[in-house]
Design a protein around this ligand. Sequence first.
Ligand code: PHE
Ligand code: ZN
Length: 849
Amino acid sequence: MRTDTPQTIYLADYTPPAFLVDAVHLTFRLDPNATRVISRIEFRPNPDATSQDFMLHGEHLKLIWAKVDGQDVQTNLTGDSLKLDVPNAPFIWEAEVEISPATNTALEGLYMSRGMYCTQCEAEGFRKITYYPDRPDVMAVFTVRIEGNLPVLLSNGNAVAQGEGWAEWHDPWPKPAYLFALVAGDLIAKSDTFTTRSGRQVDLNLYVRPGDEHKCDFGLDALKRSMVWDENFYNAEYDLDIFNIVAVDDFNMGAMENKGLNIFNSAAVLASPETSTDANYERIEAIIAHEYFHNWTGNRITCRDWFQLCLKEGLTVFRDQQFTADERSAAVARINDVMALRGRQFREDNGPLAHPVRPESFVEINNFYTATVYEKGAELIRMLKTLVGDQDYYKALDLYFRRHDGQACTIEDWLKVFEDTTGRDLTQFKRWYSQAGTPRLKVSEAFENGAYTLTFRQNTPPTPGQEAKQPVVIPIAVGLLNPDGGEVVETQVLEMTEAEQSFSFDGLGAKPIPSILRGFSAPVILETDGIGDNAAFLLAHDTDPFNKWESGRALARRTLIDMITKGAAPDQAFLDALLAVLRDDSLDPAFRALVMRLPTQDELAQTLFDMGHTPDPMAIYQALETLRQTMAQHMQDALPRIYAAMHVGGSYSPDAEAAGKRALGNTVLSLISLTDGGAQAQKQYDSADNMTQQLAAFGCLLNIDQSDTATQSFYHQWKADRLVIDKWFGLQISYAAPAKAAEITEHLTQHPDFDWKNPNRFRSTLGALTGNAAGFHHPSGAGYDLVADWLIRLDPVNPQTTARMCTAFETWRRYDTDRQAKMKAALQRIADKPNLSRDVTEMMARILN
Ligand code: PHE
Ligand code: ZN
């Protein structure tokens, strides 16, 4: 509970720690309401310190006793920290504190999830476990003893000894406290082994609750593939004899990279064909890889302070994206990454929560685990790689791993390895880290005497606290096609550094058609009004799969915008072009499914807003419905053949090829169900032997409103499986008609299975409502009110999950005055709640600002 005004922390105020820690010994005596934590910490003065003040963080701790060098001390406790006079020499701090994991509903620190103990310490959760310098630039070797009457007692590193009711762990790698972890419970391990390239035998264990053993194979397989991949591409080997993963039902995020003991939201690791969709499998594979890759990018080399969060997250997301591209289809992976970037990061960058990839201030660091830090952070790494080339990229990474192993680093350290490797000056590139907002890139063309010239102008709109923007370095990958569709100039990377810059291509026989920003080579918004209309041509001919898809997307967006703003009918040429792609069996089914996917309501709202319109969510919804119905009719004759051709026989496999066929088959099914009254979907629902097919069919049935029986049968079939019931909650809300979405959500919150303190269940319900754009923004305001009511209720229980969902309101300034007033009133109601958490207080201040 907050008692004083939250403090803002500034990057510019960084000072090195006064004392460093060599070794930490912790003993845990587990008890749900009165766990004792006894610590013994070896401190020594930091030679690089600028102050001698000894300070330990601590929150919600009951201090039993404390000693310095064996002598009892009286401590000076103020709020969330403890200050003490200590010798200017090495000394030993010992203390005993009491904490209450059973009442820790915030899921940060040591908490309980359905009878099992687990921890979450990133970013600043360790201070809820014991007094400690809880900052990532203090790295120490941890030895942990756990006492408790539970079959499985785990911590980081290697198991050194165990007996009845106790276990001891030792992690030889110095680490910051945020990577500490402890798990204790009645768990079962599914095990495997991995031999590293240099011959280390590693035991792999995935710990789950009894009953979930059949959901482990895929996670273990993904882990082994990640381990091989990191050796092959980054020369990065695993460095302990054991790698443990634990699945936990109550978790605020996807997963956590604790050294040697990753803790996963069970939704991000457990998989079986009957209960998990292809999309689940793909996400699980990516998260397993992500957390594993953190062992080098994050754990061996960590962040000096939390402003440097993108140092580990941007790089690790980039690495997991590379992994997915490599294990699956690179083209499809890139398109998926860009859709996610636009959907979440562009939205953030164009609203009140915009912040640089490396922020310069924060109130609550938990509020900065954002799409900007993660996804835009990954785009910056991708651009660096494009600019320096593959060879120098991997050389720079080798240098990074050698030079900074065991250190807590900054973005300056990171860029320096690239400068030292390549001799390049990255001063201007660094603006990408400090400047918020999405650059707009306008292009125009000229053709004269066989010379084709592209002129680019860049401009980044102001963001909160940053009025004036400077030009950034933009790698623009360009290829040129001739008018018959052949490629005349293969992809080249133009390096734009000025506000306005031209690039020429000589010796061309005819005016070419440019394919610009291939592979989405920079996270910018490209405006091609100045070069005529090439979208249909590029959709048919571009050799770059990303731009081929992008062109289809542009056509779809334009048709929808014309329908919305001019009352136009769906564009026939667009429908024909789409049908041609759908029928083109030479194209990967997964790619075709992506081309068939229409822009989201939110993307259309942002586009309309950028064009100077006030988006009307109901009009957007209507246009999409009309277009889908028109597509279903226009393509009707082609659909049954494709649906049949996409049938995947045999037993379920989550591989990319089979998943791609199911994706296209289910896209086709959703169109068929708009004209056949749901007969085909019902058939698929009844015969489905995997969740991908069952859920897709269930969605079709919900969409056409024939859903009562399916809703009930689905529930009865799956009521024992929490992860599937999350889907059941979510899908009913996602498919609810705009006028009914809030009501259906409200109704579901009264369901006995609506366990609102469980973040997965809360998100699958209230989060689904915020994702149903027309439902959330229904003119009644019922969506806003319901979400606000629940955020107010959840905040005292779990501030972190509450604060993340506040982003539902970040777009409020886009809308008409009536909606603005309603959203603002909802926000104000949250802001006015007494004793609001620091997390949500900061979010409200930023969103309302
Ligand atoms: N560091 C985790 C990841 O990206 C995310 C996380 C942050 C999890 C904070 C929990 C709490 O892999
Ligand atoms: Zn991460």
